[in-house]
Design a protein around this ligand. Structure first.
Ligand code: NAD
Length: 495
């Protein structure tokens, strides 16, 4: 491993990444799992095991709930200004250590360093934004329509929260939940993806240094997420489940949460359409497509998964996209000039390969890429397909890789029909110079977020989330994100 001498973990006495041992972080202390088992962490660029983290047991998960419960009262009673200052310090420490954190993300996730740097900046912003939100939680006061009493509404922290996050943004998906939960006055248990646990543990050490008290944030990794999550949700002290991941797992967890009527926020899968009209600015549309498709090498829930291009601009757009995609430098995430890193696992590469073969079998044309390279690591080349049938599997499943499937369309109605022909509704992109058409199409596309002449929409200051089977609730935004971690309490007052 080629890591800088000031690496974050070197200051941690009982936490030594170089020795490849990590603790569960429970009640402000690092500990092994109660049965001593560990999970290997793999570098996707080489396929080698680079670290081991504890494989938490049911006892460990319940110990984390105990720790969160023990810390809950003091944290909810901590003055908002004090909570705000601690969150602000988390932001500052993340910014100070952004290069180290970016290297760690790149190492365990495989993403290109430039993407990892972007992720750290985005992840840190959730602390800055929620430090500002923590002191702006207000209630309501009014007179009942009958005139007999006053209505007082107070917003209280919802209680102990279980947070579950995926591997594709190991820092940002965690801070997007932890920062608003802490701002609202909640204590949490984070279960990061076992593919990318190192970032979550490194950040846990940073929160502690920033002044987050013991037990307010607990982190555990496990290869048995189902049973451990069920046990935590069955504990009546747990009142919230905030999940980011696939729609399939989200459905299962909604069922588990329903058994105990636990509040759920769900950030699930996507199948974003990217619609280019004849009157679009070609270069802007190509720039946008490269961002929407290739940020994180296509491993993003908002990734353009289906590209619909109107006939008049189709050939020029397909040519331009092929040229840009074929020119991308593929390599290990940690190499300075890499633009497209490896996929997370061999299984992910095999899924992409299956989807490409299916599309080609249904008549798609390969403009570049299209086959698994020989080298070690979990690589798939940037690929452009044209004439992709709307019936192809990739039009209905997340590709989650560097494959851009282009389908031609003729009319606005046809583009909207294609865009909505999916169970998902997370993100969509529209390119047109006609703002009226852009807004009209945006209002007809079933998605929680639209990029109108933009290939990137993620912003802590805007509500992120999906409709249909892409999720429930919003993260970020002026009040949306923090509201997911609060309950309204109504007090009827006579005086
Ligand atoms: P995943 O659903 O397989 O796993 C997500 C998390 O859930 C991981 O921590 C995993 O260990 C855990 N998990 C798996 N099975 C579980 C169970 N039975 N009980 C409890 N936890 C369980 O998803 P992934 O492969 O890690 O991530 C990719 C998916 O996440 C894609 O579908 C992507 O679109 C989605 N995603 C959505 C957003 C969003 O904001 N909407 C953001 C990032 C990723």
């Amino acid at each position: 491993m080629n890591l800088p001498p000031n690496a974050l973990w070197i200051d941690q006495d009982d936490y030594d990444v170089r020795g490849f041992s990590h603790g569960l972080y429970i009640d402000g202390r690092w500990r092994p799992s109660s049965d001593g088992r560990v999970i290997g962490v793999v570098d996707p660029s080489s396929g080698s095991v680079i670290a081991a983290v504890p494989d938490a047991t049911l006892d460990d998960a319940l110990a984390a709930v105990d720790a969160a419960a023990k810390a809950a009262t003091a944290w909810r009673e901590t003055a908002p200004r004090k909570r705000s200052e601690i969150l602000r310090r988390c932001f500052e420490l993340m910014v100070e250590r952004s290069e180290t954190l970016a290297m760690l993300i790149s190492l365990e996730n495989g993403k290109a360093l430039r993407d990892a740097r972007g992720e750290v900046a985005y992840a840190a912003e959730f602390f800055r934004w929620n430090a500002e939100e923590a002191v702006r939680i207000t209630g309501e006061f009014g007179t009942a329509p009958s005139g007999t009493n006053r209505i007082v509404v107070d917003y209280e922290p919802i209680g102990i929260c279980v947070l579950i996050t995926p591997w594709n943004f190991p820092a940002a998906m965690a801070t997007r939940k932890i920062a608003p939960a802490l701002a609202a006055g909640c204590t949490v248990i984070l279960k990061p993806a076992s593919e990318t646990p190192l970032t979550a543990y490194a950040l846990a050490a940073l929160y502690s240094e920033a002044g987050v008290p013991a037990g307010v944030v607990n982190v555990l990794t496990t290869t048995s997420p189902g049973p451990l999550t069920s046990a935590m949700l069955a504990d009546p002290r747990v009142r919230k489940l905030s999940f980011t991941g696939s729609t399939g797992v989200g459905r299962t967890l909604l069922g588990e949460a329903a058994k105990h009527v636990v509040s759920c926020s769900m950030e699930l899968g996507g199948n974003a359409p990217f619609v280019v009209f004849d009157d679009a600015d070609l270069d802007a549309a190509l720039d946008g497509a490269m961002i929407a498709k290739m940020r994180n090498a296509g491993e993003a829930c908002t990734a353009a998964n289906r590209i619909y291009v109107q006939s008049g601009i189709h050939d020029a757009f397909a040519d331009g996209l092929r040229e840009r995609m074929a020119a991308l430098k593929v390599g290990p995430g940690m190499s300075a000039d890499t633009e497209c890193g490896p996929m997370i696992t061999r299984k992910a590469v095999d899924k992409i390969d299956r989807l490409v073969k299916d599309a080609v079998g249904r008549g798609a044309k390969v403009l570049c890429g299209g086959s698994i390279p020989e080298e070690e690591g979990f690589f798939y080349p940037p690929t452009v397909l044209s004439q992709v049938s709307p019936d192809a599997d990739m039009a209905h499943e997340e590709i989650f890789g560097p494959v851009a499937p282009i389908t031609r369309f003729e009319t606005e109605a046809e583009a909207i029909m294609h865009a909505n022909n999916t169970e998902y509704g997370l993100a969509a992109y529209i390119y047109t110079r006609d703002v009226g058409r852009g807004l009209r199409v945006a209002s007809r596309i079933e998605a929680g977020m639209i990029g109108l002449n933009r290939g990137l929409m993620s912003d802590p200051a805007a509500p992120f989330g999906g409709v249909k089977q892409s999720g429930l609730g919003r993260e970020g935004g002026q009040h949306h994100g923090i509201a997911e971690f609060m309950e309204a309490k109504y007090i009827a007052v006579t005086f």
